[in-house]
Design a protein around this ligand. Sequence first.
Ligand SMILES: [Zn+2]
Length: 299
Amino acid sequence: MVLMIIDSHVHMYIRDMQPDSIVEAYLAPLKALEAIMDMGVEEEFIWPEFRADDKELIKGMDMAGVDKSIILPLDHGLVEKPKIDFEEMNQWVFERSEVYPDRLIPFVGIDPNRGARAIKFVEECVSKWDAKGVKVYPANGFYPQDEDLDDFWTAMEDMELVVVTHSGAAWGPLKEEYCHPSFYGAVLERHPSLKIVIAHLGGKWREESYDLLERYDNAFADCSALQGWLPSQPDMVISRLKEVAEKAPDKVFFGSDWPVFELSYTTKQWVEFVVESDWADDGVKEKLMHLNIRKILDI
Ligand SMILES: [Zn+2]
């Protein structure tokens, strides 16, 4: 048992907030699952249903026993323009989250490649909605260490925002060549008070993430998507969690990437696996499940 559960990595969207090519990419694992499980996942059926709104999120959290979730909107608009643009998308996330102030903590989803407009928009979200952080996605097409983006990182640092970044695998129109955790070394170095969370520790290139966690006080990580190995390879997941306990027990946050894995392994199952499996003592589990993230967000 742990005292509290915070899911540091969830998404919320409705269909028209994502471009077609991205929806198609997200459906690739589903289609594979359909082939294996004979589940009858029809494109025509699932595409309009590609949505995960606040009501479904709260329902999922209640089922999994999650107290609070950090919502990371996805701005892929520079890859392909969706029907609903990034401003309206973020506004929707903030408005829906206001209904559940004790449960939902929305970040701003923004592509730093939007330049001055990105900085201005984040400033607006901080003053209007008291945003606590931003989600960025290098796979859209930027190298974090690019000097042209340094004004963006400076602004995030000045506003004391937490930056969550995607890392590792990317598919469809998204390019994983941009997603090496090590690229953030230069950013962490230049901006020592900017807190950066490298998502998806435990997957691809995790040695690079551990290297950053060790070298920089302002580097953190989340373990979302690690449940992609479940239910088939529990030993692998246990060994990756043991690695967290051993190498960075104070710097990693629990995350689910909801709703990405709900059809293969629910967040309820993932929470139970992490809380109940024998990979660390209760003190370390409390840190992963809520204490570490509460510390950096001051909640
Ligand atoms: Zn995610």
